[in-house]
Ligand binder design. Structure first.
Ligand SMILES: [Zn+2]
Length: 137
């Protein structure tokens, strides 16, 4: 007896897995050093870093007077997205795939996802996809 197909995907279209792999390849090319994030060393070191007592709160929220261990958005309202209720390690110096910068913990800081995204976006803009520099004071 024939078994039921798992998904109704036309076979000329890539599967979710294939799309994800293609996306990863694209990211690897556009973000040098991304391969470091896939290593066990990174998993271990970032967990160690985020376990340290001084890294329990987002640095930038703290600078703004907010004690945020990942339960808040940067404006102080409760974080409702469970995938964003944590802190992330941010590189304060752009590593551009340079392992010495990437693994240098003195260049790491704990940030909430909101603050991390702001920086990541600013970096991508600064990386200059064909753009003149836009600066508004
Ligand atoms: Zn923050």
């Amino acid at each position: 007896m024939a078994t039921k197909p798992k998904a109704f995907r036309p076979c000329h279209l890539p599967s979710a897995e294939e799309r994800e792999r293609a996306y990863d390849r694209h990211r690897d090319q556009s973000r040098p050093g991304r391969e470091f994030y896939k290593t066990h060393r990174w998993q271990r070191e970032r967990a160690d870093f985020l376990n340290e007592p001084e890294n329990q709160l987002c640095r930038r929220c703290m600078a703004a007077g907010l004690l945020n261990a990942g339960q808040l958005r940067k404006d102080g309202t409760p974080q409702t997205d469970p995938r964003r209720m944590h802190l992330v390690v941010h590189h304060t110096v752009r590593h551009r795939g340079n392992p010495e910068i990437f693994w240098d913990r003195s260049k790491w800081e704990a940030l909430c996802p909101d603050h991390h995204d702001i920086d990541a976006q600013a970096e991508e803009r600064a990386a200059g996809r064909g753009g003149g520099r836009k600066f508004t004071p």
